[in-house]
Design a protein. Structure first.
Ligand code: IMP
Length: 419
């Protein structure tokens, strides 16, 4: 299950419903830059690293090797779950292959953004890019190292910090205090050690014993480091290929690819956004919608972009769509949908490769009539107003994948299957 836009498609609530059929939920990539919101009755949970499957009893969860884990962040998330009576021992596993996000990564993230000025990416400031950079440079620390003797762990951390602090002044990064960092990581290591495992062996065992595995994507297709609006992307692979690489589940074991998307489009951070529309943003923010669950930032908002989603459907081999936030469009008389990009006198059906071209594209719209009535009470496809059904059917046709799941609100009961 993964996002087909720029993240925040409502994956948390789709996952929560799908997890009811799963034995395992795996998180494949990203770190605590993600924020998955799930509402169950009056309780609201925001999870950053722990897969939302943890909220379903009978489901076990793996934070797999493709992720980057902030040890202190994960500990506070686990403690938050315990405080609300949710058990994690024997249900939550952390792959020893996952890389650690350390304080110096956050320091570099903050300083790099400041240095970029107007060209900043608008990161979440969680140190994700620098942690993946260390991984690719083969100098990262992995979660498995939390199980080393305290003396050896401390030696490895000190060494990394020495290198960071030496480079800090010339690079314009903040220096990081070793003592406080060491204390923080040693404390986190004590809590996290019992959760460590060989994530790949766990995944293979689950596949071979016929367990149902749900791999939860974080961020979205156009934040993928290869396929997104580079450089305005995150540093991991948010597409279907990344789900396999990040977990060790072989591609041939994947039966279903559920693409989650909003009935309109949002993005946080900088980068091209062809259908961005300030009036729609104003309306949605006025309804209290579209504020980030990790940073609280107001999301940029725009109309549904079929050029983008058609690309995402093909990139990920999507077998069914899970459409969320239909209710966000309830009050509108007219709903534009982008069917092509106009650039230098031509109409494109594929997004351009260069981000500078992408920024210059103008949308070609087809306008749909709005349904002008609430959809939030719908519990089945046939409860939806005919104009809403026509809108959804047209989007599904344009992007080339069938509708499987629909969501008309934050509650568990407001998500239902198509048909
Ligand atoms: P980073 O992942 O913190 O490095 O941020 C890189 C870009 O990805 C920024 O535009 C962020 O706003 C965006 N981003 C990262 N995580 C999420 C997410 O979970 N939802 C939406 N956008 C995200």
């Amino acid at each position: 299950m993964l996002g087909l836009q720029w993240g925040d498609e409502g994956k948390g609530k789709i996952l929560d419903v799908m997890a009811g059929e799963a034995d395992w939920v795996f998180r494949a990539q990203g770190g605590n830059n993600a924020g998955h919101t799930v509402e169950i009755g009056r309780e609201k949970y925001v999870l950053h690293l722990v897969p939302s499957g943890i909220l379903r009893s009978g489901v076990s969860c793996l934070i797999a090797g493709g992720t980057v884990v902030d040890p202190a962040g994960l500990v506070s998330e686990i403690q938050g779950l315990h405080e609300r009576g949710i058990r994690t021992k024997g249900r939550l596993y952390l792959s020893s292959q996952a890389h650690l996000v350390l304080p110096q990564h956050r320091a570099i993230d903050r300083s790099s953004e400041k240095k970029r000025g107007k060209e900043r990416i608008g990161t979440t400031g969680r140190g994700i890019g620098p942690a993946y950079a260390d991984k690719a440079a083969r100098v990262g620390l992995r979660a498995g190292e939390l199980a080393l003797s305290p003396a050896e762990l401390s030696r490895r951390i000190r060494e990394r910090l020495r290198i960071h602090n030496q480079a800090a002044r010339p690079q314009g990064w903040e220096a990081v205090a070793p003592t406080a960092t060491l204390r923080q990581i040693e404390q986190a290591a004590k809590v996290l050690r019992p959760y460590l495992c060989d994530g790949v062996a766990l995944a293979h065992h689950a596949v071979e014993t016929g367990k149902k595995i749900l791999i939860e994507g974080a961020q979205g297709t156009f934040l993928d480091v290869d396929h997104g609006t580079y450089p305005y992307v995150t540093s991991s692979h948010c597409t279907a290929g990344g789900a396999c690489t990040g977990t060790g589940v072989p591609p041939t074991a994947v039966r279903r690819v559920v693409g989650v998307l909003k009935a309109y489009t949002t993005r946080v951070g900088s980068g091209p956004f062809v259908t961005e529309d300030g009036t729609l943003g104003h309306l949605l923010h006025g309804m209290g919608r579209e504020f980030g669950s990790t940073t609280g930032r107001a999301r940029r908002c725009g109309w549904f972009d079929a050029v983008l989603v058609r690309r995402a459907v093909r990139l990920n081999g999507v077998t069914e769509l899970a459409m969320t936030n239909l209710d966000g469009l309830d009050g509108l008389e007219k709903i534009p949908v982008c069917t092509g990009y106009r650039l230098k006198g031509k109409v494109l059906r594929e997004p351009p490769v260069e981000v500078s071209d992408w920024e210059r594209c103008r949308p070609v719209y087809r306008v749909f009539p709005g349904w002008c009535e609430p959809t939030t009470e719908a519990r089945r496809w046939r409860d939806l107003p005919p104009k809403a059904r026509a809108y959804l059917a047209a989007l599904s046709k344009m992007v080339g994948a069938p509708l499987g799941i629909l969501s008309v609100g934050a509650g568990r009961e407001q998500t239902f299957r198509h048909g």
